[in-house]
Ligand binder design. Structure first.
Ligand code: AMP
Ligand code: GLY
Length: 423
């Protein structure tokens, strides 16, 4: 079958790498892809911000299966349109993807269905924010309602700061249209967990859990990023917790969406805070996580195509997924200056040496290939990933591989998965 993957990051490289292993895939395309992805798939040009451009690509490829990496094409309705054209596509419709593109929708949905989440208020003006603040204690989390590429959440230390951050969001200067509405939320504490499930509109099958490292600095310090690394082990959540998360969070979400007439198919990424009062939903994403997908797929032993097809066709079952009990780790190597401004076009050395070591796979997030060499082309450049029976070994392998790779300004966190070792 002809398979098309949309996207150009480390997540998409991992998806393409996994799809390449499927005996069912005869032709694999990725659009737009990147330097590393081009080694595993034919890369085609596309503007993922433009539905017409994606439709033109669809007519060119006529894919038997399409897998959408980032949220934007989903929120433009690419699954709706591809399905209408008879091209099976994995993921939620535009209406169902509202769980990600509107935080106010997600919060009201959670409340309607009594799914645990932090107390909140939805505000359309600074006056409404000031009035709502009477019900909160600082710190307060201020969130832009719409998609803001990770820049729409601020934890404000004082009520004054809440008002000024909200004013900045409303003004459009901070995150544009996404800040026209603002959600205030009680600030929760605990460990964060990325709990991803697949849904076929009715049934839910959990993927193995993963933990992301969102801050730029070791020990979870400094600015937020797209994710500086992630790991997955068999014991991040035990079976009992996993069943609880399925029955109290993922299944009620999928059942609630169906009951409201917006059946949810695809990946449901539940961003959770494991608080002393129990797990609570921080956010939903309607797609695979980046970089969580890299360690998750390193542990998948069955054919990814089977699971994706079962989701589209409404016949998902636990048996579609076989997981290794090994641990996996992904360390993100970033450009100097990231998550602020950074330069691109730096030559990357040592890739072959690193990729050749036991248990290691280097996923490309922001690279391009010219004259046989790879160059940096983004903030997050590589996801250096490793798998091993023991977590310690996986960590050692990933960091040994990082040390073999060099480019100007390269930096990475030194403590990915360290908290799992402490436990
Ligand atoms: P979100 O996009 O809603 O997941 O928010 C991005 C990040 O902000 C999360 O991964 C958390 O680290 C943090 N965050 C969001 N909501 C809360 C909350 N209610 N309490 C504490 N931290 C939060
Ligand atoms: N790693 C966070 C995300 O994919 O949104």
């Amino acid at each position: 079958m002809k398979v098309l993957v949309l996207g150009n990051g480390g997540r998409e490289h991992a998806l393409v790498w996994k799809l390449r292993q499927s005996s069912r895939v005869s032709k694999l395309y990725c659009a737009p892809g990147n330097g590393g992805i081009a080694e595993n798939a034919e890369c085609l040009a596309v503007d993922l911000k433009n539905l017409d451009s994606i439709m033109a690509l669809g007519r060119q490829v006529r894919p038997d299966l399409t897998l959408v990496g980032p949220e934007l094409p989903l929120t433009l309705g690419v699954v709706d349109e591809f399905t209408r054209c008879g091209w099976p596509a994995f993921g939620p419709t535009k209406a169902a993807a509202q769980l990600e593109w509107s935080k106010s929708f997600a919060k009201e949905f959670l409340q309607r269905h009594r799914i645990p989440t932090a107390p909140y208020a939805i505000c359309d003006s600074v006056e409404e924010v000031r009035a709502a603040l009477a019900h909160f204690h600082a710190p307060v989390v201020v969130k832009a309602d719409g998609l803001a590429a990770g820049k729409g959440v601020v934890i404000a230390a004082s009520k004054e700061e809440v008002a000024s951050v909200a004013a900045e969001m409303f003004s459009g200067k901070m995150v544009g249209e996404a800040g026209a509405r603002v959600v205030l939320e009680e600030c929760l504490t605990g460990d964060e967990l990325s709990f991803l499930v697949l849904s076929d509109g009715e049934r839910v099958v959990p993927l193995v859990a993963a933990q992301d490292h969102k801050r730029i600095g070791d020990g979870d310090t400094g600015s937020n990023t797209g994710g500086m690394g992630a790991y997955s082990t068999a014991d991040i959540v035990d079976d009992k917790m996993r069943d609880w998360l399925v029955s109290h969070i993922a299944t009620p979400v999928v059942a609630g969406m169906k009951a409201e007439g917006t059946e949810y198919k695809g990946v449901l990424y539940c961003g959770l805070m494991m608080t002393a009062r129990g797990p609570m939903v921080l956010e939903f994403n309607c797609r695979f996580g980046d970089p969580e997908t890299q360690p998750i797929l390193m542990r998948l032993e069955s054919d990814l195509v089977d699971g994706l097809e079962a989701s589209i066709e409404g016949r998902l079952s636990e048996g579609d997924f076989k997981w290794s009990r090994d641990a996996s780790v992904c360390v993100v190597m970033a450009s100097g200056g990231y998550p602020g401004t950074f330069e691109v076009g730096k030559k990357i050395a040592g890739l072959e040496e690193a990729d050749g070591t036991e248990g290691v796979k280097v996923f490309h997030a922001g690279t391009t290939k010219r004259d046989g060499s790879f160059y940096t082309a983004g903030g997050r450049v590589l996801g250096v990933s490793a798998r091993a029976a023991e977590l310690e070994t996986a960590i050692e392998r990933a960091y040994a591989a990082c040390e073999k790779i060099r480019f100007d300004g390269a930096h990475y966190r030194k403590d990915i998965a360290a908290r799992a070792l402490k436990k």
